[in-house]
Design a protein around this ligand. Structure first.
Ligand code: UD1
Ligand code: UDP
Length: 399
């Protein structure tokens, strides 16, 4: 009998990271795969589903404008329970640390359905940062019986908590998705040209700073400082900034108010995944608070400055491809200019070491779910992690 698996996800990054896994589940004769999207992100989610050709059996359409966490959680619990009762799955899969993951895992637990957590074990050790994600992922890990840890350090976090689930190190599925996208971009010159034509006019003589930011703990003062830093950087005339702005109104409002119409700053709507990957390939420096981008950009050999005080992704810090710069204006400006002014350092900083995956995480997860043999992802423990296990070079995927 095939194992009946309901995969639940609802935001853009979850969809990107679950897509390669869902495609493998759908292709495996030992699995009956059912996709339930919550619609926590309405438009940003749809872009990814269309890109990967994923047709959900259920769409809860829970998103409301400027949703509160409790309003969102209550809609998620109510909608998900009906689906679980109707589908009677053998297992539920959730991803990461969003409201959708937390509600999906708990709703399954309440119905005594086993839960597999993809991207388990990430921790900052600070419940307020990122908020509320550090709580969400802890809750999911407590109730999961299969914990798919991307790296050895996430495994170590889980073992230290003495949880009841089995821990399997798989690599991160984001590298599976990135590899698929880079291969497509490499092989499809018309697609590449079409994307380049859509991207803002980029002057090749100036370093390109790619910015993303959306963390809730930075709403208010944090975003004001980030915008002030970007305005100061643009005024130097030494670089150009491209910033695809997240749809959350608490992000869009202050960013558009502060940065619209500043020369050298190009604000765009959230980009479709192929366009964003292309922009990462073309960037000189990436400035971000995003989790996924912290994993992807090092795989493309880009220096990454992270606008946070702590990160749940220490591997790239140890590998030297990521630097924490906080959300203070001066420290952001200093760190960016250091790299802009020193091309040699920029190149040294981007050592093209990627500790997050080898592009085969989904295969391992499907093998574990269906009782087939597989080898765990060979990630070493920190500190001092240095093995270039998988490197994507300027768009070309190579092992
Ligand atoms: C959510 C996740 C965060 C994840 C991020 C990725 C939680 C609590 N937060 O934060 O962990 O890193 O997604 O992007 O789960 N909106 C739209 N259209 C969209 C998407 C969002 O208009 O397609 C707007 C809506 O007004 C919505 C708001 O953004 O209410 C906030 O969305 P929400 O998912 O609650 O928070 P994010 O900040 O996106
Ligand atoms: N991304 C995208 N378009 C954009 C910005 C980001 O496709 O305009 C992708 C990015 O490559 C990464 C993911 O979205 O895979 C990260 O999403 P986000 O920063 O919203 O969430 P986080 O990873 O912090 O949860």
């Amino acid at each position: 009998m095939p194992v009946r698996i309901v995969s639940i996800f609802g935001t853009r990054p979850e969809a990107i990271k679950m897509a390669p896994l869902v495609k493998r589940l759908e292709a495996d004769p030992d699995v009956q795969s059912v996709v339930c999207v919550t619609g926590q992100h309405r438009s940003m989610l749809k872009q990814v589903l269309d890109l990967f050709g994923i047709v959900p059996a259920h769409d809860l359409e829970v998103m409301t404008a400027n949703q509160s966490l409790n309003g969102l959680a209550s809609r998620l619990f109510a909608g998900l329970d009906d689906i679980l009762v109707a589908e009677q799955p053998d297992r539920v899969l959730v991803h990461g640390d969003t409201a959708t993951s937390m509600a999906g895992a708990l709703a399954a637990f309440h119905r005594r359905i086993p839960v597999g957590h993809v991207e388990a074990g990430l921790r900052t050790g600070n419940l307020m940062e990122p908020w509320p994600e550090e709580m969400n992922r802890r809750v999911v890990d407590v109730v999961s019986d299969l914990l798919f840890a991307p790296t050895a350090s996430s495994k170590a976090n889980l073992l230290a908590e003495a949880l009841s689930g089995q821990v399997i190190v798989t690599g991160n599925t984001v590298i599976d998705a990135l590899r698929l996208m880079c291969t497509r971009l490499d092989q499809d010159a018309p697609l590449r040209e079409a994307i380049d034509a859509r991207l803002p006019a980029i002057d090749p003589s100036l370093p390109l700073l790619l910015v993303t930011g959306h963390r809730r703990e930075s709403f208010g003062d944090g975003f004001d400082h980030i915008c002030a830093a970007l305005a100061t950087l643009a005024q130097t005339g030494k670089l150009q900034i491209v910033y695809p702005v997240h749809m959350n109104p608490n992000v869009r409002g202050p960013v558009l108010a502060a940065l619209d119409n500043i020369p050298n700053v190009f604000l765009t709507a959230p980009l479709e995944y192929p366009d964003f990957v292309r922009l990462m390939q073309r960037a000189s420096i990436v400035l971000t608070d995003s989790g996924g981008v912290q994993e992807e950009a090092p795989a493309l050999g880009k220096p990454v400055l992270v606008m946070r005080d702590v990160t749940e992704r220490p591997e790239a810090l140890a590998a030297g491809t990521v630097r924490l710069v906080g959300t203070e204006r001066d420290s952001i400006v200093r760190a960016v200019l250091e790299l802009v002014d020193n091309e040699q350092e920029r190149r040294a900083f981007a050592r093209r070491v990627n500790p997050y995956g080898d592009g085969h995480a989904s295969e391992r997860i499907v093998a574990a779910l269906t009782g087939k043999p597989f080898e765990a992802f060979p990630s070493d423990t920190l500190p001092g992690y240095r093995h270039p296990l998988f490197v994507l070079q300027g768009g070309t995927a190579s092992m």
